[in-house]
Design a protein around this ligand. Structure first.
Ligand SMILES: [Zn+2]
Length: 306
């Protein structure tokens, strides 16, 4: 079992492998949000991860973006979801504006199961606003993955082949029941959905079981955010994780949860993620190619420096 309190602050025990940094760097999981939400998020993470005390909770979204650029990020999936009903449209419009100002920021939409007319929110987000997919966080948004109000949402997103990122894993960190069984049932019910297991069900499934799931569902992707950080000699699958990542490198992509990740500054997370990749092809897939494949693109967005 993992000890978060200790491991979160410990750098990987593994030495740098001598691999080159990837040709491009896509951070597949960041949370650049309106200031009120950033403030709350940084205050929360600072209590759990001491390194974040260096980051001022009053930091603006623009300053956070500059931070990512300084760290060498060429593009990033920006995830911003509503905590309650009635705010999704405003959030999704904010996402569009941020991406218009920063084309390298690849914005995802969200909605809340209690929102009126969720199907209209889907149409607006994808067709009018041009957002790239949907992100749901059942713990923070406080709903069950299989909430019946989500049925038509998933059905629609599956129909239109829209990427759907769902938080999974880290149940002990959240002190809530594991989402694994419900997530597996979601896969079973909507096998055609382009579904992403954010955090790759970390700490709530064995690597062997996860490999079986990845084999069974070809439309499933894994977002390795925070999962690779825990790669450490105490990690239950320490010896097997690099081979897993290599084997499924076209299904796994990297992210950091910035500015609410496992450590600060964010460069440390990119460097450490590299140490888990056993070869250069894996590095290229995990750090940008697979993320582009998820959103059906062949090239980085215009305005990215990569
Ligand atoms: Zn996140």
């Amino acid at each position: 079992m993992l000890n978060y309190k200790r491991q979160i602050e410990v750098e990987s025990g593994r030495k740098m492998t001598g691999l080159k940094r990837p040709r491009h760097l896509i951070d597949g999981h960041v949370h650049i949000m309106e200031q009120r939400r950033i403030r709350g998020g940084i205050r929360w993470i600072s209590k759990v991860v001491r390194a974040y005390r260096q980051l001022d909770p009053e930091t603006t979204p623009d300053a956070l973006l500059q931070d990512l650029r300084r760290a060498g990020v060429d593009a990033a999936f920006n995830l911003y979801y509503p905590i309650g009903p009635g705010e999704s449209r405003e959030i999704n419009r904010w996402q569009r504006e941020m991406s218009d100002q920063n084309p390298w920021l690849l914005a995802f939409a969200s909605l809340h199961p209690a929102d009126p007319d969720p199907l209209a929110i889907i149409e607006e987000s994808l067709n009018e606003l041009g957002l790239l997919g949907f992100k749901f966080h059942p713990y923070v948004q406080q709903f069950r993955i299989l909430d019946s109000r989500m049925d038509r949402v998933y059905r629609r997103l599956e129909e239109i082949n829209c990427p759907v990122i769902v938080h999974t894993g880290f149940s002990r960190f959240y002190r809530l029941p594991s989402l694994t069984a419900e997530f597996l049932e979601l896969l079973h019910r909507f096998p055609g959905m382009k579904l992403v297991a954010s955090h790759m069900l970390c700490d709530d499934i064995s690597l062997e079981q996860l490999a079986e799931v990845v084999e069974e569902y070809p439309n499933l992707y894994l977002d390795a955010t925070n999962a690779l950080w825990l790669y450490h000699p105490d990690y239950p699958a320490y010896e097997r994780l690099p081979e897993f990542i290599r084997r499924y490198r076209t299904r796994v992509y990297f992210g950091t949860d910035y500015p609410m990740g496992m450590t600060y500054p964010v460069e440390r997370l990119y460097k450490q993620g590299l140490t888990v990749c056993p070869d250069q092809e894996t590095v290229e897939d995990v750090f940008w190619r697979t993320a582009l494949r998820l959103i059906g693109r062949e090239e980085l967005p215009q305005g990215s420096t990569g």
